[in-house]
Write a protein that binds this ligand. Structure first.
Ligand SMILES: [Zn+2]
Ligand SMILES: [Zn+2]
Length: 159
């Protein structure tokens, strides 16, 4: 069983908006207490259908943007993380706003240089172009994967 407790942490230190001129990507939680800026395009974009992501988002799947962690800065001190274990057995930190509950981003111990952002928090949703689906074996029964997507039964790169 996963431990049900969560704690307030700073996954990333607070950085002022002025530290990033012309961010390419911006977003925020539902209440606006957490905002973020990203200075470069994501390395990849896709959707995760695993049971954990469904529960975390309260939705049918998680729309994900994978950014280089160093390109990312967030402002706000209401972020709480829930630490769990991923399919790899390594830890996964899922960050959400302690005021409004929005899932904003996740960090995976297996890919420590990446930060995974929930695409529903983007200011400009038109920029999100998912290219793949992972954990298709856990997808909700009504989901139809787009023909042009790469579909993996479990994690990225699996069959
Ligand atoms: Zn919030
Ligand atoms: Zn997932």
């Amino acid at each position: 069983m996963k431990s049900p407790h969560s704690k307030k942490v700073k996954i990333f230190s607070r950085i002022r908006v002025v530290s990033m001129q012309n961010p390419k990507w911006t977003g925020k939680c539902l209440c606006g207490a957490i905002t973020y800026l990203v200075k470069n395009d994501p390395l990849m974009s896709g959707c995760c259908h695993c049971d954990d992501c469904q529960r975390q988002t309260g939705s049918s799947f998680a729309p994900l943007l994978i950014f280089n962690k160093n390109d990312f800065s967030s402002i706000g001190n209401t972020l709480v993380e829930f630490k769990g274990t991923g399919g790899s057995g390594k830890s996964v930190k899922r960050g959400f706003c302690s005021i409004c509950g929005t899932s904003v981003f996740s960090w995976y111990e297996v890919t420590p240089d990446f930060l995974v952002v929930m695409a529903g928090t983007l200011d400009n949703k038109l920029k999100f172009l998912p290219e793949w689906d992972i954990y298709s074996d856990q997808a909700q029964h009504w989901i139809k994967f787009p023909k042009e997507h790469k579909v993996f039964r479990s994690g990225y790169g699996s069959d």
